[in-house]
Design a protein around this ligand. Structure first.
Ligand SMILES: C[S@@+](CC[C@H](N)C(=O)[O-])C[C@H]1O[C@@H](n2cnc3c(N)ncnc32)[C@H](O)[C@@H]1O
Length: 256
C-alpha cells in the first residue's frame, strides 16, 4: 500500500532536481516501484539523469506502448510526425524499411497500421536490435542496408530513418541526461552530423523502387542540405517534414 503524501514528495524531489515533467514522471515512478526496487531507488536514478524510460522500461510512441531497454535510445515524440507520414505513404501490401530502428518505434507503428505490409528494421547495436525484436519488429542486425535480403532490392516502397545526426562538435550541447546516458552511436553523426544520413541517401537509391518515398529525420538546420542530397540521388521535389507546431523535423521525397 502507498504512503499518504508519497506522490507529492516525489513531485517535489523531481521539481527540485529540475525535471520539467515532474508530476507525470512522479506518477510513473510510483507505479513502477515494486519489491525489487524501492521508490527511493527509482527516484535517485531519475535525479541522477537516467532516462525515465529506462527506469520504467517503457514509453509510448504514436499511442503505442513500447519497451525500452537500458542502454537503448529512447524514441522521441518529435519522430511521431514522420512515422505517421510514413504510414500514409505505405501501400497495404507494400515493403517498408526502417534503418537505424533503435527500439523499433517507427517499424512498430508501420506494422500496426499496415499489418499486411512487409516491415523490416535494421540496427547496428545488438542491444537495440534485441529491444526492437522484443517490441515485435522484424529486425536485422547490421550496418544500414547490409543485412537486408537481396530480394527486396529495388522494391522498397517506404524508406525511413532516424539516424544519428548530431554534429560531433555539438554533442556537448545536448541536455545532460542525453549526453551522459544515451549511446554515442545513436547521436554522433560525424563532423557535420550527416555522415550516416549521406550514406543512407546514396546507398538507398539502389533499394527503393521508382515512385517510392524516403523520409529522413534531421535537425532543422540540416533540412536544406539533406533536400539537396536527395535531389542528387534522384529524388523529386523534397519537402520539409513539419511537426504540428510548424517546426522542421526532417525531409521527405519521392524517388523519380
Ligand atoms: C537516433 S537513434 C534512433 C532510433 C530509432 N529510430 C528511434 O527513433 O527511436 C539512431 C539509431 O541508429 C543506430 N545506428 C547508428 N549507426 C548505424 C548504422 N550504421 N547502421 C544501423 N544502425 C545504426 C543506433 O544504434 C541507434 O539505435
Amino acid at each position: 500500500m502507498r504512503r499518504a503524501g508519497e506522490l507529492e514528495e516525489v513531485v517535489t524531489a523531481l521539481h527540485r532536481a529540475g525535471c520539467v515533467a515532474a508530476e507525470e514522471e512522479a506518477r510513473e515512478l510510483v507505479a513502477a516501484a515494486n519489491c525489487a526496487e524501492s521508490l527511493d531507488g527509482l527516484v535517485a536514478r531519475r535525479i541522477s539523469g537516467e532516462p525515465i524510460a529506462w527506469i520504467t522500461g517503457r514509453t509510448t510512441f504514436c499511442g503505442l506502448e513500447l519497451r525500452v531497454d537500458t542502454g537503448v535510445f529512447v524514441p522521441r515524440w518529435q519522430s511521431e510526425v514522420m512515422a505517421r507520414m510514413a504510414v500514409g505513404l505505405l501501400p497495404a501490401r507494400g515493403v517498408a524499411v526502417d534503418l537505424c530502428t533503435g527500439a523499433g518505434s517507427i517499424a512498430v507503428v508501420l506494422a500496426a497500421a499496415r499489418p499486411h505490409a512487409t516491415v523490416l528494421g535494421t540496427e547496428l547495436d545488438p542491444l537495440a536490435a534485441a529491444c526492437a525484436r522484443r517490441n515485435g519488429v522484424r529486425v536485422l542486425e547490421g550496418d544500414l542496408f547490409a543485412p537486408l535480403p537481396l530480394g527486396i532490392r529495388g522494391s522498397v516502397d517506404v524508406l525511413t530513418a532516424v539516424a544519428p545526426y548530431v554534429p560531433r562538435d555539438a554533442l556537448h550541447l545536448l541536455p545532460r541526461d542525453v549526453a551522459q546516458f544515451e549511446p554515442n552511436l545513436s547521436l554522433d553523426g560525424g563532423p557535420d552530423g550527416l555522415d550516416v544520413v549521406r550514406r543512407i541517401v546514396f546507398e538507398g537509391a539502389d533499394w527503393v523502387r521508382p515512385g517510392s518515398s524516403v523520409l529522413l529525420e534531421v535537425g532543422s538546420d540540416q533540412c536544406g542540405t539533406v533536400a539537396g542530397l536527395l535531389e542528387r540521388a534522384g529524388c523529386l521535389a523534397p519537402e520539409v517534414i513539419e511537426d504540428p507546431d510548424g517546426d522542421p523535423r526532417g525531409v521527405w521525397a519521392r524517388m523519380a
